[in-house]
Write a protein that binds this ligand. Structure first.
Ligand SMILES: *Cc1c(COP(=O)(O)O)cnc(C)c1O
Length: 406
């Protein structure tokens, strides 16, 4: 279990050639697919034939050959039976939760989740009769105690946004198993670095908008899980992906397929640079949070759960204490030092940085922000890998001194 190697798994999966022997796959842009004889059509509708049963495709909202290539590679990367690609990370999350829960059901979720996910659980799903209890992601006992007879799902992010708290996935998986619940993990911050399905999760959801694509030029998502769950999601009568329709465009699938081969290299470099910058900032006396630092409260848990050889990810935070100093630091870093961009999102090759409380977590009330340990002066950085690391360290040091942070 601990020896899972996403790169090895990826290299053991069949590579797809293009038509005419192209070393890149061809893009199947057709919305609909013909059958050789009329009997095949009802067999596809009846589930007797399909993409893996005779290579029969029907309609691209259902399955598409190019999108399927990406799904196959993602399955290899996660060690899942199957995967579904979606038009966004939010649709991957919402379709998964709507598939697993119906009106009257209950979810126990980490209280430190992406703002959009928090809004979905806290504001939207109650309108469909699905309620959520929020608990501390670092406390498996809190998850256990919040379970009711109506609970169907335990939900968490591997590394929480933006506090970087780490969920003890094996402990949560054990609780989920013994209570017959599904453990759903959002692994957006740590593809390859962590393999939640290998640690016992039932479903992994991704925003591929971030690290997996890595170029900040598209919005996409994925659900990696069992074959049975994918068939449920694609069911012609009740499948949430099939009927709510967050379909991925095959051109987009192609773009991501072409970037997946260097995801491992990218993650290693994001990790290496984040660690170097954080170590320097810590030396200077700044309040930095990064799972790779010995001072990080859950450093040992991170070391135990993370796959070997990928580091601790590219995300870190600097607590500037006040909103004013956070703004001053962002201004210096972008406009004086060219260290990165003031922008939401993450996983880009350039550094992206934002003040979480007034950006990606602004859907969360200031009271709830305080409860989950989100300081108003918290700057979240997604460390890029452009330029030389030595220069980046100098830029950060000058900016930190310039605003009186150190
Ligand atoms: C961005 C993000 C999402 C939402 O993904 P979209 O692709 O923007 O829909 C969900 N979870 C996390 C952790 C994210 O960072």
């Amino acid at each position: 279990m601990m020896d899972f190697n996403p790169e090895q798994s990826l290299c053991e999966t069949r590579r797809e050639f293009g038509e005419h022997g192209g070393v890149t796959p061809s893009i199947s842009r057709s919305s609909t697919f013909t059958v050789l004889d009329p009997e095949t059509m009802p067999e596809i509708f009846g589930g007797i034939r399909g993409p893996e049963k005779g290579g029969c495709f029907l309609y691209s909202r259902h399955f598409n050959p190019t999108v399927d290539i990406l799904a196959r590679y993602l399955s290899a990367m996660e060690g899942s039976e199957f995967a579904v690609c979606t038009g966004s990370g939010m649709s991957a999350i919402s379709c998964t939760l709507l598939q697993l829960c119906k009106s009257g059901d209950h979810i126990v979720s980490s209280d430190t989740v992406y703002g959009g996910t928090h809004a979905l659980l806290n504001d939207l799903l109650p309108q469909f009769g699905i309620t959520t209890t929020f608990v501390d992601p670092t406390d498996p006992v809190a998850f256990k105690q919040a379970i009711t007879p109506q609970t169907r799902v335990l939900y968490t992010e591997t590394v929480a946004n933006p506090t970087l708290k780490i969920a003890d996935i094996p402990a949560l998986a054990k609780i989920a198993k013994s209570n017959d619940l599904s453990l759903v993990v959002d692994n957006t911050f740590t593809p390859m670095v962590v393999s939640p399905l290998q640690l016992g999760a039932d479903v992994v959801v991704y925003s591929m908008t971030k690290y997996i694509n890595g170029a900040s030029d598209l919005i996409a998502g994925a659900i990696c899980t069992s074959k049975a769950m994918v068939h449920d999601l694609m069911d012609l009568h009740t499948g949430r992906v099939m009927l709510l329709g967050p379909t991925m465009d095959p051109r987009m699938a192609y773009d991501i397929v072409q970037r997946l081969p260097h995801l491992a290299l990218r993650m290693r470099e994001h990790s290496r640079r984040a660690l170097a910058i954080c170590q320097r900032l810590e030396q200077l006396g700044a309040v930095v949070t990064y799972p790779g630092l010995k001072s990080f409260g859950q450093h040992d848990l991170a070391t135990a759960l993370f796959n070997k050889g990928y580091g601790y990810g590219g995300m870190f935070t600097i607590d500037c204490k006040s909103r004013e100093r956070a703004d001053a630091l962002l201004d210096q870093l972008q406009n004086k030092e060219d260290f990165g961009y003031i922008a939401v999102s993450l996983g880009y090759f350039d550094t992206l940085m934002s003040c979480s409380g007034v950006s990606t977590s602004s859907e969360i009330s200031s009271e709830d922000q305080k409860k989950m340990g989100l300081s108003p002066g918290l700057v979240r950085l997604s460390m890029g890998y452009t330029g030389s690391l030595e220069k980046r360290i100098e830029q950060m040091e000058r900016a930190a001194r310039g605003v009186g942070l150190v």
